[in-house]
Design a protein around this ligand. Structure first.
Ligand code: G3P
Length: 273
């Protein structure tokens, strides 16, 4: 499973890429807002160009802001033409259903189809049902992004379960007096990811499932177990993937036990690294 960083914070991105295991970057308008709030007056174009270079050839998703077909297509082309020449790694992110009312809009799907045909790779975002994932894949999106954490939030909120944003929610759902809580047959965010994976495999759709809105290491593990192609993670979650109390304790003990005879092996050697 590939691991992306879900951030528009250049310092976090730089730090995360130092580990050598980051395969891409996803941004969205809220993440861009956070970055701007921290750096008032930043030059957006130059800032994004720097991010594209740090990504070193790995894909960077940049999201459109319009919700009508013409705007999505125009903005997708602007983003791609403006930024792809920098490092050849731009993916345009398009909401699967850009409607802001209960009346669904196919403008996102149609724009995904059109932009894909013009050679612009698309990440279909705000996917909350396997059906939306299927349509995005049929339209040609290279990445399809189910929002796992927000489905867990939704199920918990609908059922008045108290939670903190980073709390683990069981991937096989919550049993409440023999009634499994669900959102139209989806029992958790990871279940949503799993159903998207199953549909793509069953129908040999080439789109990759990009598990998004993951908030804790156990969800990341479960995204990997159900076959997500990619997981995009906040920097805090990337860091926490490496932690275990016993690893820290083991490290402390190893350091305590180092004998001078062993240390001597390394003394006086100068090597380029
Ligand atoms: O990639 C989607 C992500 O940024 C949403 O995360 O935690 O706000 O649901 P979250």
């Amino acid at each position: 499973m590939k691991i992306f960083i879900d951030s528009a914070d250049i310092d976090e991105i730089k730090e995360a890429y130092k580990g050598g295991i980051i395969d891409g970057i996803t941004t969205n308008p809220s993440l861009i807002k956070k970055a701007v709030d921290r750096r008032p007056g930043l030059n957006m174009k130059e800032y994004i160009e720097q991010i594209l270079l740090i990504a070193n050839g790995t894909p960077v998703s940049l999201e459109v802001i319009g919700n009508a077909y013409e705007d999505i297509v125009k903005e997708g082309k602007i983003l791609f033409n403006m930024f792809n020449p920098i490092a050849g790694n731009v993916i345009v992110k398009v909401p699967v259903n850009p409607a802001i009312t209960d009346v669904p809009s196919y403008d996102g799907i149609a724009a995904i189809k059109y932009l894909t045909k013009t050679g612009i790779p698309i990440n279909a975002t705000l996917v909350f049902t396997p059906e939306q994932a299927l349509l995005a894949a049929k339209a040609g999106a290279v990445f399809v992004s189910p929002f796992a954490g927000r489905i867990d939030d939704f199920i918990r909120e609908e059922n008045k379960l108290a939670y903190d944003k980073t709390d683990y929610y069981p991937s096989d759902g919550w049993d409440s007096s023999n009634l499994k809580l669900d959102d139209n047959g989806v029992v958790s965010g990871i279940d949503l990811v799993s159903q998207c994976v199953e549909i793509f495999r069953e129908h040999e759709l080439p789109s990759e499932v990009l598990a998004a809105s993951l908030r804790n290491p156990r969800q990341v593990r479960e995204a990997a177990l159900v076959g997500a192609d990619i997981a995009t993670l906040p920097f805090s979650v990337i860091k926490s993937l490496l932690y275990h109390f016993k690893t820290k304790e083991g490290m402390q003990n190893f350091i305590k036990d180092i004998v001078p005879e062993y240390t001597a092996l390394f003394k006086g050697k100068v090597l380029e690294i």
